[in-house]
Design a protein around this ligand. Structure first.
Ligand SMILES: [Cu+2]
Length: 135
């Protein structure tokens, strides 16, 4: 019996990416950036007038950013099939519509301070949450 335990643990880790370590998360975000470049023809850091956060495999990439007040964040869904939303907690703005693959959601951050946000369909089951610190 005990010999099968490591296999069970491995398959649990595969089934629940929420338990994935930081290494796995940065690999996912690396993949997300590759998807972004394929779809939009250049790196996400070169998007004009906005700061891009990709949404991929139940992660926001990067999950935490710091921006000056007045910055528009553009969340870009680079997944192949999954749709995501953005809800900026405490903003008084309702949850966004779902963004399907290659669609975007934008939000302009005016209030200084840390602002938590989440993906409506995935924050609970996949821990899909992020934070924007506004300076
Ligand atoms: Cu999501």
């Amino acid at each position: 019996m005990t010999r099968t335990l490591p296999i069970i643990l491995l398959s649990l880790a595969a089934a629940f990416p929420v338990f994935a370590g930081d290494d796995n998360k940065s690999a996912i975000c690396g993949e997300a950036e590759e998807r972004y470049v394929d779809l939009f023809g250049g790196p996400s850091s070169e998007a004009e007038g906005v700061v891009v956060v990709t949404m991929y495999k139940y992660n926001f990439c990067p999950a935490e950013i710091t921006v000056p007040a007045g910055t528009t964040v553009r969340w870009v869904n680079v997944d192949k099939r999954t749709s995501h939303s953005v809800l900026v907690k405490g903003s008084g703005i309702p949850e966004s519509d779902r963004a399907f693959p290659e669609e975007v959601i934008e939000f302009t951050f005016l209030e200084p301070g840390p602002q938590d946000y989440l993906c409506g369909p995935h924050w609970e089951t996949q821990n899909m949450i992020g934070m924007v610190t506004v300076e």
